[in-house]
Design a protein around this ligand. Structure first.
Ligand code: SF4
Length: 752
C-alpha cells in the first residue's frame, strides 16, 4: 500500500507500554527502507521509526529503556501478518480474513444456538485504546449478548478501583496531576510534597521517569516506601532521604492500621476536615484501637518505633499541621491480595484522617500500571460496567447506553463473571464454550496458570487477537493479526485520568487490521444491525455520548479537541522554554459537554465527593492474612513482581533484543541465609513448589529481601513461569487475585 501523508512526517504520540504514557515523537527512518516511508518490510527487525522523548508533565522529557526501544516492536521478526486457523492436523495454518471470520461466526452461531448466549465469552485488555475497549464491550453486549466479558485489569487495578469507588465515590487512579507531587504543575498551585507514603509500588523499575516527582519528599526526608524487598524504589530512601518499612508479605494492612492507630491516639487527626468532609470516623477509631504499634509489630515485623515515626512524619507534612503536603499512594504490591480492597480502604482512611484528600498538594492515589489501565476500566469491558464507568445494573445507565447503541435496554445482559471466575468456568457445564481474547496473554499473566491452560484447551473455540504468537495465541483455534500502537489512531487515559491522543506513524504490516474493523466484520457476519464504526474518531464521539452523565464523563471531548490541546508547534524533543510540557497536557476527565471552553478536571474532590451526601466514607477494615499462608511443607513466602526491562507477560519485550539481553531469563531472588539453609548457591538452579505447581529458575542471592521470602518476576512462560505457583483466590469485593503472596517450598534441584 502507498504510504499515507501522515506517515511521512514526525508523529507526536505516547509510549506503548505503561500508564505513565510518556510522551514521545516518532520519526520515520530516512531514507525510506523498501516499502516506503514509515514502513519497514515486515519482520526485518529494523525499526521503521526513531524514538525521541517529548516534553510532557509526567515524564518531563524522560523515557525508560522500554520506551527508548519501543520502535523495535514495529518490526519484530515473528509479527503476525495474516490470520491463522488450526487445521485437522492440529497445526495453525495461514488463512484469509474471510475464511477466519466466517469460521468464527459460524462456530459462535452454532454454540449459542446449542448452549445459549452465555456460550461465548470475551476477555479484553488494559492495553487496548479507549475506542477498542468501548467497541469490545458494545460487541459483547449487543452482538454476542453475553454477560461474560471481563479483562485483565481485574488482575491489575480492581482492588484500588473498588476501594476508591466505595470510599470516595470515584476511581481515577491519581485524582490529581502527578506533577503536583514535585510542585511542577503548570498552575503552580501545589508546592511539592513534603512526604509521600508509597505502598507496594516499585516506581524506580516500573516507571522510572516518575521518580523525579518524588524528589521534594525525598529532599525533605519524607519518602516512605513499604515493600518486603529493598527494591530500587526502597533504596531511594537511603542516606536519610526517608524510611523503608519491610513488612512480612501479606501484612501491609497491619502497617496501615498501626499508622491509623498512632494518628488517632496521638491526636494527629485533622479533626476539622474529618468533621466537615467525612463520615464513619468513630467506626475507624474503634477498629484500629486493637492495632497499637507493639502488637502490629508482632504480625507485620515492622518495629513499633518505625511505625510511630512514620505516622508522625506524615502528620507533620499535612496541611492541618502546617506541612507542605503529603500523599498516600498504593500499587499492585498491596492491591493484588485477598485483602486488597481492605488495604486500599485503610490507606484512604489514613489519608482522610490526615485531611489530605481533595486538597491541592496532598491526596490519595493508586498508581495504575497498564498503558490504558485507567481508560480500559471506564468504557464497558468490565463485567459489571457500562461506558462512563457506570454500573450495568443501574436502570438509568442501561437506558442511556441502550439509546446510544440503538438497542432495547432489556436486551443488554446483566453483570457477568469477573475474570478469575470466568476463567474457572471455561469448559464447565455452566460455563462458556468459546472465548475471544483481545490484548491478553492469559497463559503467562493469569494466576494458577497450569489450570488456565487446561481450561483454554477444553474450549470448543478459542480466538486470540494479537501482534505476535503469544503463548495464549499458540493455543488458539483462530489467531487474528491486529494493529498496534504506532500503526493506529486513538486515545488512551493515563494514570492521572488524562485523556491522550495515540497517533499513527506507520502503516501496519501484512494483513494486520484494527480490532475496530474485525469487530464490525464479525457483527455483520453474525447478523447484527447495530452499527460498528471503524474510524477511531467516530468511535470516540460515540463513546463520549455513551459516557455523558457517567462518572467518567468524556462528553466534552473529541479527537479534534484533544489534538488542539496538544499543539504540534511545540519544539521537540524537549522544549527548553517549557520543560514540563505544559503546552501538551491533554485533558483530565470528567470533561462534561459544557457547550463552552473545555478545561477538564485535573484535581478531583476539591469541593465535594461524588457520594450521596458529598462526604468521603471512612470505613473500618481488619486484617485477615493471606489465603495461602506459611505451613510446614511450604515455609517461605513467594512474592511476584516486575523488572525494568520487561512489561507484563513479556510478549512484547522478550522480542526486543536490547531488553532481552539484559534480563534473558527468570530468576529467584533469595537471601543468602535462606540459600544456605536450603543448599542453593548464588547462580544455581532453585526449585519452588506451591500447592499448585513447580518452578525452576536461577537463584540470585541478595540481602535486599527478607530471609523468609523469595521474589520472582512474572514475565515468563514455561518452567520459569511464576504464575504456575500463584493462587487464584480472590478479594471478596474486587475479585482481584492474590498474586503477591503465597506459600512455597524452596529446594535445591536434585542432580540428574
Ligand atoms: Fe514507557 Fe512507562 Fe517507560 Fe514511560 S515509564 S517510557 S510510559 S514504559
Amino acid at each position: 500500500a502507498a504510504p499515507t501523508p501522515e506517515a511521512a512526517s514526525a508523529v507526536r504520540t505516547h509510549c506503548p507500554y505503561c500508564a505513565l504514557q510518556c510522551a514521545m515523537t516518532l520519526t520515520p527512518v530516512v531514507p525510506p527502507v523498501a516499502g516506503g516511508p514509515g514502513r519497514s518490510p515486515a519482520g526485518s527487525g529494523a525499526p521503521p521509526v526513531t524514538v525521541a522523548p517529548r516534553a510532557f508533565p509526567t515524564n518531563r522529557g524522560g523515557l525508560c529503556q522500554k520506551g527508548w526501544t519501543s520502535a523495535t516492536l514495529l518490526s519484530v521478526p515473528d509479527r503476525l501478518l495474516v490470520p491463522q486457523v488450526r487445521g485437522a492436523d492440529g497445526a495453525l495454518h495461514d488463512a484469509t480474513w474471510d475464511a477466519a471470520l466466517d469460521l468464527i461466526a459460524s462456530r459462535v452461531t452454532t454454540l449459542q444456538a446449542e448452549h445459549g448466549r452465555g456460550a461465548v465469552a470475551v476477555f479484553g485488555g488494559g492495553g487496548l485504546t479507549n475506542e477498542k475497549a468501548y467497541a469490545l464491550g458494545k460487541f459483547a453486549r449487543t452482538v454476542l449478548r453475553t454477560p461474560d466479558i471481563d479483562y485483565n485489569g481485574r488482575f491489575c487495578m480492581a482492588s484500588a478501583a473498588a476501594a476508591s469507588n466505595r470510599s470516595l465515590g470515584l476511581d481515577r487512579g491519581l485524582p490529581f496531576p502527578l506533577a503536583d507531587l514535585s510542585g511542577t504543575t503548570h498552575d503552580g498551585l501545589a508546592p511539592g510534597a513534603q512526604a509521600v507514603l508509597l505502598l507496594g509500588s516499585n516506581l524506580a523499575e516500573t516507571m522510572p521517569p516518575s521518580v523525579q516527582h518524588l524528589e521534594p519528599a525525598r529532599a525533605a526526608g519524607g519518602l516512605v516506601v513499604v515493600d518486603p524487598r529493598r527494591s530500587a524504589t526502597a533504596r531511594l530512601t537511603d542516606d536519610g532521604k526517608g524510611v523503608h518499612l519491610q513488612p512480612v508479605p501479606g501484612t501491609d494492612l497491619v502497617v496501615l492500621l498501626a499508622l491509623l492507630h498512632v494518628v488517632i491516639t496521638e491526636g494527629l487527626v485533622d479533626a476539622e476536615y474529618v468533621a466537615a468532609r467525612t463520615t464513619g470516623f468513630d467506626d475507624v477509631r474503634r477498629s484500629v484501637a486493637a492495632w497499637w504499634p507493639e502488637r502490629a509489630e508482632t504480625v507485620c515485623g515492622v518495629p513499633a518505633d518505625e511505625l510511630r515515626r512514620v505516622a508522625r512524619l506524615l502528620a507533620d507534612a499535612s496541611p492541618a499541621r502546617g506541612g507542605r503536603g503529603a500523599y498516600v499512594l498504593t500499587g499492585r504490591g498491596v492491591e493484588q491480595s485477598t485483602q486488597g480492597t481492605a488495604t486500599v480502604t485503610a490507606a484512604i482512611d489514613l489519608a482522610l484522617c490526615l485531611g489530605l484528600v481533595g486538597r491541592v498538594g496532598s491526596g490519595y492515589g493508586a498508581v495504575t500500571g497498564q498503558g490504558n489501565g485507567q481508560g480500559g476500566r471506564e468504557h464497558g469491558q468490565k463485567a459489571d460496567q457500562l461506558p462512563g464507568y457506570r454500573k450495568i445494573d443501574d436502570p438509568a445507565a442501561r437506558a442511556h447506553v441502550a439509546a446510544v447503541w440503538g438497542v432495547d435496554p432489556d436486551s443488554i445482559p446483566g453483570p457477568g463473571r469477573p475474570a478469575v471466575e470466568l476463567l474457572r468456568s471455561l469448559g464447565t457445564p455452566d460455563g462458556p464454550r468459546a472465548l475471544l481474547v483481545h490484548g491478553s496473554n492469559l497463559v503467562v499473566s493469569a494466576p494458577d496458570a497450569d489450570r488456565v491452560v487446561e481450561r483454554l484447551r477444553s474450549l470448543d473455540l478459542l480466538v486470540v487477537c494479537d501482534l505476535v504468537p503469544s503463548e495464549t495465541a499458540l493455543l488458539a483455534d483462530v489467531v487474528l493479526p491486529v494493529t498496534q500502537w504506532a500503526e493506529e489512531e486513538g486515545t488512551t487515559t493515563s494514570l492521572e485520568g488524562r485523556v491522550l491522543r495515540r497517533r499513527r506513524a506507520v502503516d501496519a504490516p501484512g494483513e494486520a487490521r484494527s480490532e475496530l474493523w474485525l469487530l464490525a466484520e464479525l457483527a455483520r457476519r453474525l447478523g447484527s444491525d447495530v452499527a460498528f464504526p471503524t474510524d477511531p474518531a467516530v468511535v470516540f464521539d460515540e463513546l463520549a455520548r455513551a459516557s455523558a452523565g457517567g462518572v467518567a464523563d468524556y462528553s466534552g471531548l473529541s479527537h479534534a479537541l484533544l489534538d488542539a490541546a496538544d499543539p504540534a508547534e511545540q519544539a521537540d524533543p524537549v522544549d527548553a522554554s517549557d520543560p514540563a510540557g505544559h503546552g501538551a497536557a491533554g485533558l483530565h476527565w470528567p470533561v462534561p459537554d459544557a457547550h463552552g471552553p473545555v478545561t477538564g478536571t485535573p484535581r478531583a474532590f476539591l469541593d465535594t465527593f461524588p457520594t450521596p451526601d458529598g462526604r468521603a466514607r471512612l470505613i473500618a477494615v481488619d486484617h485477615v492474612g493471606p489465603s495461602d499462608d506459611l505451613r510446614p511443607d511450604a515455609p517461605v513466602y513467594l512474592v511476584t513482581g516486575r523488572v525494568l526491562q520487561h512489561y507484563q507477560s513479556g510478549a512484547q519485550t522478550h522480542r526486543v533484543p536490547e531488553l532481552e539481553r539484559i534480563v534473558p531469563e527468570p530468576f529467584v531472588e533469595l537471601h543468602p541465609v535462606l540459600g544456605d539453609r536450603v543448599g542453593v548457591a548464588d547462580g544455581e538452579t532453585v526449585e519452588l513448589e506451591s500447592a499448585r505447581g513447580t518452578l525452576r529458575a536461577r537463584a540470585r542471592w541478595t540481602d535486599r529481601i527478607r530471609p523468609d521470602t523469595v521474589f520472582v518476576p512474572f514475565h515468563w512462560a514455561g518452567e520459569g513461569s511464576v504464575n504456575r505457583l500463584t493462587t487464584d483466590a480472590t478479594d471478596p469485593v474486587s475479585k482481584m487475585p492474590e498474586f503477591k503472596v503465597c506459600a512455597v517450598a524452596v529446594r535445591a534441584v536434585p542432580a540428574a
